[in-house]
Write a protein that binds this ligand. Sequence first.
Ligand SMILES: [Zn+2]
Length: 191
Amino acid sequence: MRELDDIITAKNIDAAAGEAAATAAEGCPYCGGSGFVLQADGTAKRCVCYAEQRLLEAQRRAGLQPMLRRMTFASFELACYAPGLQAPGGRGQSYYELARAALEKTKSLCRAVCRGERPRGLLLFGQVGSGKTHLAAAAANALLGRGHDVCFLVVPDFLAALARRRTQGRSCCAGPNGPKCWCWTIWARII
Ligand SMILES: [Zn+2]
């Protein structure tokens, strides 16, 4: 799995992210870039900028582009969805109801992960601009903020990586008995 991750992550690396993190620390009004602040009793504690830098680095490793790093559940604007307008194919539900359901399902998925469960996943689908990417990024950011590992992939990049692996005749975890990795299974289903 490591090699596939490397392939995909290398494409998404935001070279400026590391520099931005360092710059943020240097400009910190609380610690001046040291990462520690002195308390009244003379002991030192981590500055708030430390957690921010850690999150930024985790977002970069996860492959989240800068614009996606700002997306949260709180910034998902349900007010943008028409409550009185029925969505085509929405089984009688309005755009607002569908968006609210998607938001709650995505939050629920994150809560399950945070409880240590292994949910099967969540498939969000809809028109361009319906908020799928926002919810996916919000979930990624929420989980990263709680210390979980995340790999954020867009489908074309994911499929391209799988195709490269397939062309090379290797799987991510090929063993003596041949490939038996999940990416081959997915690939087979796609084909
Ligand atoms: Zn600081």
